[in-house]
Every structure is written in structure tokens, then in C-alpha cells.
Design a protein around this ligand. Structure first.
Ligand SMILES: Cc1ncc(COP(=O)(O)O)c(C=O)c1O
Length: 401
């Protein structure tokens, strides 16, 4: 088959496989070989591929109306906003098209919140190893110098602290009167699958209350049922002022959302922010089907049992327990940190018929969908263990050669 890979700007290191169809937790390549999907398009297809409710909603909406403009009222957008605010306790929503855009919105909202309080150079506290996206403000908030290299100057106004150091944030509060907000992922994803401790998040909430800072949660990856509640903050029991999500919200149809409550919901006014596609009828219909399905079936209750089955299958087939340094994460954000680099592991996974991802160098990241059967979850875990075994064997052979 002719391929046109060279016609694509080479920003991604891609694997030599492409998929022609998907169903639930399975993806099929051009030869119709099935793969168990332990990645879900990086935490996107939380309801599995081609979920019937989402397919039906997209199909019906595509036949009725795809796009109008935010110049006009959009009924599907208002309905989705009502569902999301009812389900989260937030007051209002701005819709955009991706996680990075959701964070751009939150960053602009925080700066505007500061401006309205008379703060000229508002600052936002962010964490080491954070990932908030690739657009310039989101990249500046991201705590990974490798991703920023060559794209400077970064946006100013971010104060970065270690992820588990609450004292560092208290010290910042004393030193800088211009701070207006804290932006964190409650469960860091790209940074290596690290849940922030509940106690830490409670203390963060208290510091924000004390200084009238906005507590902003980036739930782009951990939200939409993945971590055992509709949004992770609901399981954690710490409510943010600003809640950003995307990825799983549309189950593959691009949509992001920045929700706000209380004072944060009063900040934005006409002309402050906008995007052409944000919250268009097609995207909102898909997201409405996603959220209705999640809520209607309380699908997040599957997160912990699927996690347990994946890890059971993994432990049963892992040849050498010493290869694993730590297992981390919450619900269906599973991080398995290995003691050795994961070079070639994803390809070994493909050979086993399982899709897995590696982040932060040595951490195997599994993000299976909420619709995965226990049986396939065990097969996924076992396949990952076999892939690690195969990788270790290859590494040993290469060293010996
Ligand atoms: C926590 C978090 N925030 C933001 C983003 C950026 O989202 P997007 O790629 O949709 O811009 C990601 C993507 O991986 C993410 O994991």
C-alpha cells in the first residue's frame, strides 16, 4: 500500500501500525488482527471505540446541523452545560476543542480574575512534572524542560514547586502578593502517573481559601469517569474553583471544557475569550451522549474492578517481580514503574496484541476504557507482563551480541 507518511510534519514518533476499525476495547489493524486497547487514544475513548450511544448521537446530529457559531445561542451547548454543571456543582462552562485550550482558558480566567482585583502581573502556581498541553501558555505551565526546549521564551507568571511540597506553596504565598491561582492535575498523567495525596490537596484548598486564590484542577486526563467518579475531584473530596477537562468528554470527537464556580464563574465577560468551533452542535451532541452514558450507567464504578483485573493478570504472568519498582495511579490511570528503561516495550506489546504506553521514561501507563471486560482486562495485564519479559530478553540478547 502506498504510504504518505513523509507528507506529515514529523512531530510524532509513530509506531508502524494503523487501525481500520474499533469496537469497545478492541482495535483492528488492516489485516483485521485485534489488539486489546490499553491506551484508549490516551484517555480519550473512555466508553470504548464506536460506543453505540455516541455513534447514534453523532450520526443524528450530522444529519441535522453540524456548526453554526457562538454568534448565536446553541441549544445542544446549553443542554450539555446544564448536565455538566448539575453533575459537578460548577456554575458555568466555556467550551473549546482540546485540553490545552481548556487550560489556556483557565490561565486567562485566572489572570483576568487578578486584573479585576487590581493585580498587574498575576502569577499562577504550577507543579514540577506537570503536563498541561503544547500551546504556549499551557506549555509554559508544563513542568518538562525537554518539551519547552527551543520554544522559548516561555510565558512569564508561573511559579513552579515540587509536587509534594505544601510548605513551598506557603512560602510562595508569603513572598508574592501577585499570586492568583494554583493549577494542578489531581493525578499527574504524563509526569509518570502520580496521584497527589488527598491531604496535600486539602491543604492546597485551605491555602487557596486563605489567600483568595483560585484552585484550578486540570482533569483533562483523569476526568470523565476514568478515576472512579465522574470527575476525580469528586472521589478525592476537594472541590476546585475551576475544572478543566477534554479528552474523554467527547470519546474521540474534539471538545474541551473549562468550568467555573463562585467568584471564578463571574470573571469572564463578552469579548474576553472565544473560539470558532468551541461547543458546536456536533461536538456537544457527542459529549452529551458520553456524559449521559457515564451518569446513566454509573460507569465509573467499573474503574476499580477493571484496574484490579489488569493488575491480577499482570502479576500472574510477570516472570520477575524485581522488574517492577512501583505500581501507582487511581482507577484506570495505571502506572507501573519499571526498574529498567522501557526501550522497545511498546513494540513488544504490539507483538502480544496489546496496546500500552510508556511515560516519564520507565513508567508503563495503562489507560483502558471503562467498558473493558474483566476477562480482557486480565489478558491486557498478562500481555503487558509478557511484553516486559520479551523486552528484557531482547535487551539481554543485544548486550550479549
Ligand atoms: C493533564 C493534561 N492536560 C492537558 C493535556 C493537553 O490536552 P490536548 O492534547 O487535548 O491539548 C493533556 C494531554 O495529554 C493532559 O494529559
Amino acid at each position: 500500500m502506498t504510504t504518505y507518511a513523509s507528507r506529515i510534519m514529523p512531530t510524532y514518533g509513530r509506531l508502524p501500525v494503523s487501525f481500520s476499525r474499533g469496537a469497545g476495547e478492541l482495535l483492528f489493524d488492516g489485516d483485521d488482527r485485534p489488539y486489546i486497547d490499553g491506551v484508549s487514544g490516551i484517555a480519550v475513548t473512555n466508553l470504548g471505540h464506536c460506543h453505540p450511544a455516541v455513534t447514534k448521537a453523532i450520526t443524528a446530529q450530522a444529519g441535522a446541523l453540524v456548526h453554526t457559531s457562538n454568534l448565536y445561542r446553541i441549544d445542544t451547548q446549553e443542554a450539555l452545560a446544564a448536565t455538566l454543571t448539575d453533575a459537578t456543582g460548577m456554575d458555568n462552562v466555556f467550551f473549546c476543542n482540546s485540553g490545552a485550550e481548556g487550560n489556556e482558558t483557565a490561565i486567562k480566567l485566572a489572570r483576568q480574575y487578578g486584573a479585576q482585583k487590581g493585580i498587574e502581573h498575576p502569577g499562577i502556581v504550577v507543579l514540577e512534572a506537570a503536563f498541561h498541553g503544547r500551546t504556549m501558555a499551557a506549555l509554559s505551565a508544563t513542568g518538562n524542560e525537554k518539551l519547552q526546549l527551543g520554544f522559548g521564551p516561555m510565558l512569564e507568571g508561573f511559579y513552579r514547586v515540587a509536587r509534594d511540597d505544601i510548605e513551598a506553596i506557603s512560602r510562595l504565598a508569603e513572598a508574592h502578593a501577585n499570586i492568583v491561582a494554583v493549577l494542578v492535575e489531581p493525578i499527574q498523567g504524563e509526569g509518570g502517573v502520580y496521584p497527589l495525596p488527598v491531604e496535600y490537596l486539602k491543604q492546597l484548598r485551605a491555602i487557596c481559601d486563605q489567600h483568595q486564590w483560585l484552585l484550578m484542577f486540570d482533569e483533562v486526563q483523569c476526568g470523565n469517569g476514568r478515576c472512579g467518579s465522574l470527575y476525580a475531584f469528586q472521589r478525592i473530596g476537594v472541590t476546585p474553583d475551576v475544572l478543566v477537562t477534554a479528552k474523554g468528554l467527547g470519546n474521540g470527537v474534539p471538545i474541551g471544557a473549562c468550568m467555573a464556580r463562585g467568584d471564578a464563574a463571574e470573571v469572564m465577560a463578552p469579548g474576553h475569550h472565544g473560539t470558532t468551533y468551541g461547543g458546536n452542535p456536533l461536538a456537544c451532541s457527542a459529549a452529551q451522549a458520553v456524559v449521559d452514558t457515564l451518569i446513566g450507567e454509573q460507569l465509573w464504578d467499573r474503574a476499580d474492578p477493571i484496574r484490579a483485573a489488569v493488575l491480577e493478570g499482570f502479576r500472574e504472568r510477570l516472570a520477575e517481580p524485581g522488574w517492577v519498582r512501583e505500581v501507582r495511579g487511581t482507577g484506570l490511570m495505571i502506572g507501573i514503574e519499571l526498574t529498567l528503561p522501557c526501550d522497545g516495550l511498546v513494540q513488544c506489546g504490539l507483538d502480544q496484541g496489546v496496546l500500552l504506553n510508556v511515560t516519564a521514561g520507565r513508567t508503563v501507563r495503562l489507560l483502558p476504557p471503562l467498558v473493558m471486560s474483566d476477562e480482557n482486562a486480565r489478558v491486557l495485564g498478562g500481555g503487558v507482563a509478557e511484553a516486559i519479559g520479551a523486552m528484557m530478553a531482547r535487551q539481554t540478547q543485544t548486550k550479549g551480541a
